[in-house]
Design a protein around this ligand. Structure first.
Ligand code: G3H
Ligand code: 13P
Ligand code: ZN
Length: 284
């Protein structure tokens, strides 16, 4: 089927009390792994591209790969810009066929974040594209946040309410203690804050940096209103580990298909496990 918006997928996830997986892609094999996993699980899915992915593969290639995957699939697929940096880049994605965009103004003061996010919403909504905004600062994996520092970095629930009301975004990424990449120890998520943000905004929430979050914490976050869960690192780990294994087993191998094919299969398995964890199996 044709690409759908993430607002449509999140609307259904709200009704069903589950979350939709948003998986980062960087190349054809990973797009195929994501769509293969979604089909095997009969699950809706969001395929997303970061700045790094667009720089590596090119916006046109990413859009064409994901459109091809969606159009030949019975499961609903949204194509999403992950951590969009500025208005112009969002416009390029709208022209390129993305059905969902994130504008990440979290590094700006609140008023500026509201202004840039609102501007994106006005244009994106006019052409039927969903918008995710972010407020609060996600930690780097190296940052150790003390309890007293939490109020500085983590999302303030009252500010979140203002942000959502003034921007009219479709989904909100709050900062509650997750970080991108590999964690040193077990992350300590602020579930009370997550609940307060949800209660005050009523909006679908997005969990970034979810690869290192234990399954039970993911389930708890979904029970509190997380409807989109972002996964990148776990896919990279699985894909590259399998490449390493294959090359170690046969250092003479020169056929990329013999290396990348098994890597794709391994990534598919990992994505299927995540989809089951998020509760979206059978919801396509
Ligand atoms: O948001 C973080 C994602 O893991 C993307 O990272 O910019 O290296 O593709 P990347
Ligand atoms: P991880 O790489 O930690 O899974 O985070 C992905 C993410 O949040 C993409 O926006
Ligand atoms: Zn992220």
């Amino acid at each position: 089927m044709s690409l759908v918006t993430s607002a449509e997928l999140l609307y259904n996830a709200e009704a069903g009390g589950y979350a939709v997986g948003a998986f980062n892609c960087n190349n054809m094999e990973i797009v195929q792994a994501i769509i293969g996993a979604a089909e095997a699980e009969q699950s809706p899915v969001i395929i997303q591209a970061s700045q790094g992915a667009i720089k590596y593969a090119g916006l046109g290639y990413i859009a064409a790969l994901v459109r091809e995957a969606a159009e030949n699939s019975p499961v609903p697929v949204a194509l999403h810009l992950d951590h969009g940096t500025d208005f112009d880049q969002v416009m390029k994605c709208l022209r390129g066929g993305f059905t969902s965009v994130m504008i990440d103004g979290s590094h700006y003061p609140l008023e500026e974040n509201i202004a840039v996010t609102r501007r994106v919403v006005e244009v994106a909504h006019a052409v039927g594209v969903s918008v995710e905004g972010e407020i609060g600062r996600l930690q780097g994996i190296e940052d150790q946040i003390s309890v007293s520092e939490r109020d500085v970095f983590f999302t303030d629930p009252e500010e979140a309410r203002t942000f959502v009301q003034e921007t009219e975004i479709d989904a909100l990424a709050p900062s509650i203690g997750t970080a991108h990449g590999r964690y040193r120890g077990r992350p300590n998520l602020d579930f009370d804050r997550l609940k307060e943000i949800r209660d005050l905004t009523g909006i679908s929430l997005v969990l970034h940096g979810s690869s290192g979050v234990p399954g039970e914490d993911i389930r708890r976050a979904i029970a509190l209103g997380v409807r989109k869960v972002n996964i990148d690192t776990n896919i990279r780990e699985a894909f590259v580990a399998e490449i390493r294994r294959r090359l170690a087993a046969d250092p003479e191998e020169i056929d990329p298909r013999k290396v990348l094919g098994p890597a794709r299969d391994r990534a598919t398995e990992v994505i299927r496990e995540k989809i089951r964890l998020f509760g979206s199996s059978g919801k396509a």
